[in-house]
Every structure is written in structure tokens, then in C-alpha cells.
Write a protein that binds this ligand. Sequence first.
Ligand SMILES: [Ca+2]
Ligand SMILES: [Ca+2]
Length: 169
Amino acid sequence: MRSTRALLASVFLAALLVPAPAQAASTTGALMVTHVRPNASGADVKDNRQVNLNGEYFIIRNVTTRTVNTQGYVPDITSNTYGRALPAYNLPAGAVAYVHTGSGTNRRDSQGRHHVYRGYGRHVLPNDGGARNPDLRLKKPGSPDDNTSTGSISVCNWGKAADGTTYRC
Ligand SMILES: [Ca+2]
Ligand SMILES: [Ca+2]
């Protein structure tokens, strides 16, 4: 029979072998930012026009057990003033929505993913998020887009974003 000490040592070793969890997204509110794709696939600009605006997005999850209206939540990008509040959209309990930078019809697609559009005519998420920490704060409705933590419920941080790559928050 193994000694208590040996048993404790093996338990300790097993604990060490469990990989550390990636930094998990969190929220103090109803919505959580879980992922971000700061750098849309392909060129951002073609013939002097900003293109593939909807290839730039972040993903939010309704962490509650009830439908949440996204209206008024403020995505405050901490290095700029493109903090237009989210449009009205009923996101079901537990559901995930892609929040796109460009224009489109807010909807649920055939795979059950929801899409919400911010209506910008340019890319707004920095491809190089090295300057601030966090790079994005999701704030409760009525909060200022002032690059401070006021009203913040969930954050996302990234560094230099590779082309067409999605990052966990
Ligand atoms: Ca801002
Ligand atoms: Ca970008």
C-alpha cells in the first residue's frame, strides 16, 4: 500500500499535469464577449475602398436563461471612438451572436448563429491591439464610449491580429 506521502505526491503531480486553462472570458452582466476577429480575411482596402467590413467582428454570448435585447450595449474600442451602441436584437438564452462591423440584416442563420450589424463604412477593430489593455470593453446600455471602464461588463484583449484569425477573449 502506498504511503500517504506518496499518494499526495502523485495527486500533486497529476494536478501539475493538467494544462492550465486558457484565460477564460467572463462577464458581470447578461452578455459576454467570447471571441474576436480583429483582422478580416484578405485586404481591408481595395481600390481605395474599405472592403469585407463584415469579416471583422466580435462574438457575444447571452449567458442568461432568458432572451436579452442587445439594444444600447456599447462596444467601447479603447483606442478609438467607434463605439456606436448595438442595435435592437432579441438574442435567445444561451445564444451566440456575431457582431459585424459593416451593414446587413440582423438575423439568425441556418446554422443557428445570430448576426448583428453595426453599420460602419470602415474597419474599426485595430489589427494591432498592442497599445491598450483591454482593446474592447462591452458596456451596459447608457454607458459612455470614453475608453474608460465605466459601465464595463466584459472585456477582450488581443495583440497583433493575424489575417482572418479568430481569438478567444
Ligand atoms: Ca472608444
Ligand atoms: Ca481590423
